[in-house]
Each structure stands twice: as C-alpha cells, then as structure tokens.
Write a protein that binds this ligand. Structure first.
Ligand SMILES: [Zn+2]
Length: 276
C-alpha cells in the first residue's frame, strides 16, 4: 500500500489520438460524437480527488458500453501505447512496485474504477494504474463496499505523506513454534485511512502474502544462525545490517523492512532463534 506519483509533465495520449486510432470508423465516430460528454465525466473524475467511489455509474446502452470498453482493447495500437505511457509516466516506474501490496512484481494494468461499470474511463490515464497479477485478481471489480465505503486507497492521491502503518509480530507459542503475523497500526493514520487500510489489507490477503515471505526469510536466518552456532551479538549484527539495507532498498511499509523491525531487538532474538 503506497502512494505513486506521476512525473511533473506526464506525456499521455490524448482522447483525440485514441479515438482517431480506433480503426472501426463507426466506433471512432461514436467516440468523437460523445467526446464532450466523456470529457465531462473525466472532469468529474478529476474533481473527485480520492473520493472516486462517490462517482455514480452512467447510463450507457450495452452497445455503447461495448464501444467504450473496446477502446481498451490491445488491438487498438494507441490504447496499448497509452497503457504503457501511464506506467512510464510514474516517477519511480523503474522500481516496478505494486502500489496495492508493495511487492516488486511484473505490472499488469488495473482499471481503478472498473471498465465494466465505468466504461467512460476505460482509457483515461489516471484510471489505469500499475498493479501486480495477484492484487489484480483479488481487487477484481470492487470499487465500493456494500456499506458504500472505500475499499482501496487511490494510489495517485492517497498516502502522499507516506505514513508507516504496517507492523509485524514474531512470537513463540506454547508449542515452541514461532508465529509471524502482520497487521495495520492506527498510529500514523487518520480514522478513515485506518479503516481503508484494514479493508485493503483483508481484501488483498496481505497478511498471508507477507507472512509467506517472512516465514521463508525467518527459516533461512534460523538455519544460518544455528549452522554457524552464532552468539546473540553476532546474530544481532546480521539482523541490524539486513534491517538497514532493507530500509535503503525498500519503502517503509514493505514486508521485509517491517519484519526486520519486529525482530530487531536483543530481548526477543534469543527466544525466537534459540540463541545462547
Ligand atoms: Zn500487488
């Protein structure tokens, strides 16, 4: 869960360029005839800030809906360029971090407001966000909850102050097994942000996805410490180095940074790693 920023002067394909590249003349004409209407909707999107879930779906006939969503088709060369251009216009595009989960994964494209409900935004650049495959599958068409609440942060606007809000706990249970879990901390979030963070965390199954990574890292460290029969001080030094480098390499809510932070403690280390 992180903010993403567009470059100062993003270079997006214009609506005209997109409609001109639409090879089917009849559909291209449709886009052109509806240009003012669609641009009005785009203005509404733009004015909504991060409260996009308040936008009401518009009435389109099935045929018109089809024409609009088809704009996104990969067969339409400009649309495909447009999608690439959104990704290329992000300030830290080269890092390839999914703004929804924070993992570095291959980017897919998310229609933040789903194109099946909001076909008018199917090629609007600010509705086309990078996302990883797993988040894309879990986010699906959800844009508002049953109670009309916001299920996800809108990464182009939300979390700009980069609050630290994901925490990890590693504790040994009564059976001697180390249990790792992740959760949301309310400390640096507003009440609304806290509620959204919890919804997004749950919907995208982030506890399990982070925990899977953390367990394999923990096992690796555990094996290393025991094979080398390391002392507490030597093990602590390794954790410290890894924690420091993870902070340089990753954003502050990345599972690895959060996990190292949770075990960077001379009191808990001996217990969870069986150090002497
Ligand atoms: Zn993701």
């Amino acid at each position: 869960m992180k903010h993403i920023k567009l470059k100062e002067k993003p270079n997006f394909a214009s609506f005209d360029e997109i409609s001109k590249s639409y090879f089917d003349k009849e559909k291209s004409k449709f886009l052109n005839d509806n240009k003012v209407k669609i641009q009005g909707f785009i203005q509404e999107f733009s004015d909504s800030g991060s409260t996009l879930y308040d936008i009401k779906p518009k009435k389109w006939s099935d045929e018109d809906k089809d024409k609009l969503t088809n704009c996104y088709s990969k067969a339409c060369s400009k649309a495909s360029k447009l999608i690439k251009s959104v990704h290329m216009n992000l300030e830290d595009a080269d890092k390839g971090v999914c703004p929804f989960c924070g993992f570095s994964e291959e980017w897919h494209t998310d229609h933040f407001l789903p194109k099946s409900v909001f076909p008018e935004f199917s090629v609007y650049p600010k509705n086309l966000l990078p996302i990883c495959g797993k988040c894309n599958g879990r986010k699906h068409n959800l844009y508002i909850t049953k109670k009309r609440c916001k299920p996800f942060f809108y990464p182009l606007i939300d979390l700009e102050s980069e609050p630290e809000f994901i925490t990890a706990q590693a504790v040994k249970n009564e059976k001697g097994v180390v249990v790792i879990s992740f959760s949301i901390s309310p400390d640096e979030l507003s009440k609304d942000e806290y509620a959204i963070a919890k919804r997004q965390f749950k919907r995208l199954d982030l506890n399990n996805r982070y925990r899977g990574q953390a367990i394999s890292l923990f096992s690796k460290l555990s094996r290393h410490f025991s094979n080398k029969s390391l002392t507490l001080n030597a093990a602590f030094k390794i954790i410290e180095q890894n924690y420091n480098s993870s902070q340089i390499e990753e954003h502050k809510n990345h599972w690895k940074v959060v996990f190292y932070k949770s075990i960077y403690n001379k009191k808990t280390l001996p217990n969870i790693f069986n150090l002497k």
